[in-house]
Ligand binder design. Structure first.
Ligand code: F6P
Length: 465
């Protein structure tokens, strides 16, 4: 899309997925759907007077059509990067390599293999980052603040710095950062390019101290001692948006979903709730295996508990995600086949995304299960305690970023330890009401300490320091 004649922006956000997506209706009309999340409320916090712009990629056919018709929402510029280049950069490099490295997901005897095909896709990743850097350079006012998001855009800070030395550039990683031994699975030149790409920013920020330290350690291991460019490192632990959640969770559509869920669960039963994208790092299968172990070893819980598991589709262009989704369904069915009775389904698995139903499950949660292999933060761990009505107990992986803030009042698990997770579920289900509710209050307070608007404004402020 050609640049608009509008004044240049003072605050810019750049991310792969933008705040809006488009679909083309049967009559050819375009409809826009607004997304939520931390960045959306963060950017709205700077007020409508500020000249702000969100630069993102067109992801769907509808998005591309919107760009072609020039019908984009004000304040958003979508980049119509050629579909094959975007697919290489997003599916090939960002999601199949960088995501796997930072979440340590490879089955290393056979993968990764950095061959000629990888090098070809890397060129697309560069071109995709360059498209962002050029758009940002074109749109930014003199001295503007540019907030570049995540592993998709690791090269863009340095590229932008070269085009526009006057800008104040921040990069934020929403994922964990890999420890040096794992990061160095990457070819040396690629590892160095990624790090120096981010070091092109004035400030590189992370969700927890642990991920920030891992980044610094990788810089030392790959580039030599010291952070060479003088880039400052920051930590901003994104919290849940209590005000939004409490209001949204009490609307009529959520009440309606609650009634439906209550019926599916059955009278007087406890609930173990999880809500995730069907994402390899979320560890849904081991969660189900732990629940099966609980029912085998603690038969008292049979008929008295239901595992409400919402696993919404994600990254279904990748075969490994499709296989994982099938495995989640297979294991859930196996548990139901082993223990289910005429009046009791031990697992309630839903795979169709429904935000109102997720909030209904949060409200009904007695236990929240959040057991990722590795996770940048995990907002579900922060959201359920805010919304749950009976004061939930939280079973939390020590590998989730949220553990840094919530660990003290959660029941901690090693995500690989299925027997340990089953025992943690048993403790959480058995916790006395008083203790559960006290812990839940403290969890909700810690979870909302840094709401999205402040999280974003703090980063903007820190760029000026
Ligand atoms: O950092 C991880 C992240 O980009 C999150 O911000 C988001 O929840 C998730 O991955 C979704 O990924 P995608 O845009 O690939 O669906």
């Amino acid at each position: 899309m050609a640049s608009t004649a509008a004044p240049k922006a003072q605050v810019l956000v750049a991310s792969n997925r933008g705040p809006v997506s488009y679909t083309v209706g049967e009559d050819g009309s375009l409809s826009a759907k607004r997304g939520g999340g931390g960045l959306v409320s963060g950017l709205s916090a700077i007020g409508s007077d500020a000249d702000s712009l969100w630069v993102c990629a067109a992801l769907s056919d509808g998005d591309r059509e919107a760009v072609r018709r020039g019908e984009g929402e004000p304040g958003v510029r979508m980049l119509d990067i050629p579909a094959d280049v975007h697919a290489d950069a997003y599916n090939g490099i960002a999601n199949s390599v960088l995501w796997f490295v930072h979440h340590m997901l490879y089955q290393t005897p056979l993968e990764p293999v950095f061959d000629a095909e990888f090098r070809r896709q890397w060129e697309s990743y560069r071109a995709y980052n360059r498209a962002f850097a050029e758009a940002l350079a074109e749109e930014a006012a003199e001295g503007a603040a540019v907030m570049i998001q995540d592993y998709h855009l690791a090269l863009a800070p340095r590229m932008l710095r070269q085009l526009r030395p006057d800008l104040r550039i921040g990069h934020f990683s929403h994922t964990p950062w890999a420890p040096p031994d794992y990061f160095r699975l990457l070819p040396d030149d690629i590892a160095a390019e990624l790090l120096t790409g981010i070091l092109g920013a004035d400030r590189a920020a992370f969700l927890t101290r642990r991920w920030a330290d891992a980044f610094t350690a990788c810089c030392h291991a790959v580039l030599g001692p010291g952070i060479p460019s003088g880039t400052r490192i920051g930590v901003h632990g994104l919290g849940a948006d209590a005000e939004f959640l409490r209001e949204r969770a009490h609307r009529a559509d959520v009440d309606e979903r609650m009634a439906g869920l209550r019926e599916e669960i059955g009278e007087g039963r406890r609930t173990i709730v999880r809500v995730d994208r069907t994402e390899l790092s979320k560890n849904i299968v081991r969660g189900l295996l732990a629940y099966r172990h609980l029912l085998r070893e603690h038969p008292d819980w049979r008929e008295r508990v239901v595992h409400v598991a919402f696993a919404y589709p994600s990254r279904q262009d990748l075969a490994v995600y499709r296989d994982y989704t099938a495995e989640v369904q297979r294991v859930a069915e196996a548990v139901n086949a082993e223990f289910g009775t005429a009046g009791w389904s031990p697992v309630l698995l839903h795979v169709k995304d429904d935000f109102a139903r997720s909030l209904a499950a949060y409200r009904l949660a007695d236990v929240a299960l959040v057991n990722p292999i590795r996770d940048g933060m995990n907002l579900v761990a922060k959201e359920v305690p805010v919304v749950s009505e009976s004061g939930c107990a939280l079973v939390l992986s020590r590998e989730a970023g949220a553990f840094e803030e919530l660990g003290e009042d959660a029941v901690c698990v090693n995500p690989y330890d299925v027997v340990g997770t089953a025992e943690a579920l048993h403790s959480a289900l058995s916790m006395g009401e008083g203790e559960r509710s006290e812990r839940c209050k403290r969890l909700a307070a810690a979870a909302t300490a840094l709401p999205p608007a402040r999280w974003f404004l703090d980063q903007l402020g820190a760029l000026d320091d």
